[in-house]
Write a protein that binds this ligand. Structure first.
Ligand SMILES: NC(=O)c1ccc[n+]([C@@H]2O[C@H](COP(=O)([O-])OP(=O)(O)OC[C@H]3O[C@@H](n4cnc5c(N)ncnc54)[C@H](OP(=O)(O)O)[C@@H]3O)[C@@H](O)[C@H]2O)c1
Length: 319
């Protein structure tokens, strides 16, 4: 019989309610506890999200014997600390993106998971979406001929009370740390290959962190460009240019539809779903039940090479 995943959640981050919804929609998982550095906050979240247990420290969560997997949703700089602590406590780990800020930390985490015989994956929901697989198949079948170019863009305007850590470069704030892995890992998965070469430019105007990141990268024979902006309005989409047409995936990292345009005809494919997280959660269930320590889809190599690329672009584009 399949092992049921009993998730423990690290933090009361704003992403948590959406993740919990994904777990609820999955076949064989349950969130059994949530931890915050503030017990009252954990209790409020537990009540609102119908989670049985609340802890006032992350360490207490790691010690809960009823939990077999930890979901980490902290500011970026803290991922490595809590992922390591969870693995050391004998738990599988699903860690929010970007898995770490440095290549050495990413390599160390995956090595630790392997040594402990535990599963570790970067939470990259975009590669598990039905829309993503639809586009991947369309490319493989050459339905619109050869793919030539992909432009991915998104606009996340600063909030009125922007999170302090998102404005702090040492904490992994900035547009590239925030969303760079979406475009890079999405394209590596779709094209089944790693990045051959890349060039990145970061724009700093408002804060100490990059407002705009502009990456050009090549995967196989395909040129990709990703623009993530917090100040200028770009369309939230991936736009694939083929010899015989175009495919647009609105909000590609959480997409529910694909628009295919060819020979003067436009077709809309609807993949409506209540949760964009459920596919990722079901994949984790399947990997753990097969005894895997890593995902064959969202692989350690994809995470490590993406962290390496992002780290290098920051090194070359300091403020
Ligand atoms: N997959 C997706 O679709 C998606 C979407 C958005 C964000 N994310 C990712 O999810 C993670 C969390 O992002 P978020 O925007 O939801 O975070 P957030 O709302 O700012 O919350 C982060 C939480 O981390 C905890 N924390 C621990 N150490 C902290 C520190 N030194 N400073 C501040 N908070 C600290 C806090 O929880 P306690 O006070 O409860 O301990 C805080 O509530 C990030 O990795 C982000 O990239 C993923």
């Amino acid at each position: 019989m399949d092992t049921k995943l009993h998730f423990g959640i690290v933090s009361t981050a704003s992403i948590v309610p959406r993740f919990v919804k994904g777990v609820k929609a999955s076949a064989n998982s349950e969130v059994v506890a949530i931890a915050s550095r503030d017990l009252q906050k954990a209790q409020e979240y537990a009540k609102n999200l119908d989670i049985a247990k609340a802890y006032g420290s992350y360490e207490a969560l790691f010690q809960d014997q009823d939990i077999n997997i930890i979901y980490i949703a902290t500011p970026h700089f803290a991922h490595v600390t809590y992922a390591k602590a969870a693995l050391e406590a004998g738990k599988h780990v699903l860690c929010e993106k970007p898995i770490t800020l440095t290549t050495s930390d990413a390599k160390e985490l995956f090595a630790l998971a392997k040594k402990k015989g535990l599963f570790l994956m970067e939470a990259q929901k975009s590669v598990f979406l039905p829309t993503t697989n639809y586009v991947k198949t369309l490319i493989q079948q050459k339905r619109l001929g050869n793919l030539r170019h992909v432009k991915l863009s998104c606009f996340y305007p600063y909030m009125e009370n922007e999170k302090a850590w998102m404005l702090d470069p040492s904490k992994g704030g900035g547009s590239l740390y925030g969303s760079g892995s979406y475009a890079i890992e999405y394209m590596m998965y779709i094209l089944d290959a790693t990045v051959k070469s890349y060039k990145g430019e970061l724009t700093y105007t408002t804060y100490e962190v990059d407002d705009i990141s502009d990456l050009s990268f090549q995967i196989g024979e395909v040129d990709c460009r990703s623009i993530i902006s917090r100040t200028t309005k770009y369309p939230d989409e991936a736009r694939f240019t083929f010899d015989q047409g175009e495919v647009i995936v609105p909000y590609f990292w959480k997409a529910q539809e694909v628009i295919v345009s060819s020979n003067g005809k436009i077709e809309n494919y609807d993949f409506a779903s209540d949760s964009e997280f459920v596919y990722e959660v079901m994949h984790v269930e399947s990997c753990i039940n097969q005894g895997l320590t890593y995902s064959p889809i969202m692989t350690p190599e994809m995470s490590i090479s993406t962290v390496e690329m992002v780290e290098q672009v920051y090194k070359e584009n300091r403020k």
